[in-house]
Ligand binder design. Structure first.
Ligand code: NAD
Ligand code: UDP
Length: 343
């Protein structure tokens, strides 16, 4: 029996793969490598000393995915595969709806066909839209402000309907807050394509000299220093939450939602300052206008995950900054190897 990890070549999926293998699970990874690099698979094997099957397969290719289900005996699925860039989702919404939603429907349909009814799904705090207050708990009203967020909300609804139609499903909807950091070895980490959309990869690229300075989007929010506040969570803590969710599903039928956050909000300036101090690296920045669609403050109430799953985030902001920087400095070009041309 093994765990199918969709999107396992990506940022969070590769860290989950390491944690699953370390804990003794067998895994199979499926990824179309649309936003990742095969090198991450090599690194997961190197870090764990374990082998596992990898399929370069698109969740939209139902026949190929079906063959994978026929060839393996899965006990559960961790479903990370999806497109995640908010701005891009506004530009090419149909692509996002097709990839994320059709991909998930194919996956669930094949899970049902092969009687694999345990699913851990990567949702997002974006499903809370513009929350009225913080900290945010799982009972807050849901809404979406962009196509990416709508795919997460729609998938959550689809999965809730799926459970209503067949109560033998066991589903965990994990709403991530802001994952940052990397494996402490510096061998796997976040590998953004082109200009990073997210704050931490932008900071590390400024720190290493790839970008001139960070634009801080807005310093007139009603927060302690005027910059946006988020719940940054170390990716290793985040993936440990997935393993706890898997254990929970072993014992419980139904569909349950969990916030995965630390419960503490730090501002953009807090993160810049922590990064500069712990890594002795100044981050040039400038204040610019707010980014459309951004909210002022977002952090979790993680009590449910603590009570029900026995999980809480343990790593602090300094560790997140240290590990992100180690990943960046050890891999200045991410997983892309520099080609040395001999003259
Ligand atoms: P990522 O882009 O690094 O990983 C996603 C992986 O899925 C990539 O390797 C990509 O190639 C693969 N993929 C995409 N579409 C596919 C398809 N149709 N078939 C097969 N593979 C496909 O992203 P990540 O940061 O690791 O995020 C993982 C999941 O967590 C995503 O669903 C994302 O929406 C969600 N999430 C991420 C964050 C975050 O800040 N990183 C926050 C909340 C939720
Ligand atoms: N941010 C910023 N400059 C950047 C990227 C992000 O000031 O180049 C801010 C953004 O406005 C938000 C916070 O950093 O307040 C986190 O943004 P990110 O895109 O990482 O995650 P989000 O919370 O939007 O999902």
């Amino acid at each position: 029996m093994s765990i199918l990890v969709t999107g396992g070549a990506g940022y969070i999926g590769s860290h989950a793969a390491v944690e699953l293998l370390k804990t003794g699970y067998d895994i199979v990874i499926v990824d179309n490598l649309s936003n990742s690099n095969f090198e991450s698979i090599n690194r997961v094997k190197e870090l764990t000393g374990k082998e596992f099957p990898f399929y370069k397969c698109d969740l939209l290719d139902r026949d190929e995915l079906n063959t994978i289900f026929e060839n393996h005996n899965f006990e559960a699925v961790m479903h990370f595969a999806g497109l995640k860039a908010v701005g891009e989702s506004v530009e090419i919404p149909l692509m996002y709806y097709h990839n994320n939603i059709t991909g998930t429907i194919n996956l669930c349909d094949l899970m049902a066909k092969h009687d694999v009814k345990k699913l851990v799904f990567s949702s997002s705090a974006t499903v809370y839209g513009h929350p009225d207050s913080v900290p945010i708990d799982e009972s807050f009203p849901l809404s979406a402000t962009n196509p990416y967020g709508r795919t997460k909300l729609m998938i959550e609804d689809i999965l809730r309907d799926l459970y209503i139609s067949d109560s033998t499903w066991r589903i965990a909807l994990l709403r991530y807050f802001n994952p940052i950091g990397a494996h402490e070895s510096g061998r796997i980490g976040e590998n953004p394509n082109g200009i990073p959309n997210n704050l931490m990869p932008y900071i590390t690229q400024v720190a290493i000299g790839k970008r001139e300075k960070l634009s801080v989007f807005g310093n007139d929010y009603e927060t302690h220093d005027g910059t946006g506040v988020r719940d940054f969570i170390h990716v290793i803590d985040l993936v440990k939450g997935h393993l706890k969710a898997l254990k929970f599903l072993d014992k419980n039928k139904g569909i349950e939602t969990f916030n995965l956050g630390t419960g503490t909000g730090y501002s953009v300036m807090d993160l810049i300052n922590a990064f500069s101090t712990i890594n002795s690296k100044a981050i040039p920045y400038q204040f610019v206008d707010r980014r459309p669609g951004d909210i002022a403050i977002c952090y979790a109430n993680p009590t449910k995950a603590e009570k029900v799953l026995g999980w809480r985030a343990e790593k602090d902001l300094n560790e997140m900054c240290k590990d992100s920087w180690k990943w960046q400095t050890d891999n200045p070009n991410g997983y892309e190897q520099k080609v040395l041309v001999q003259s």
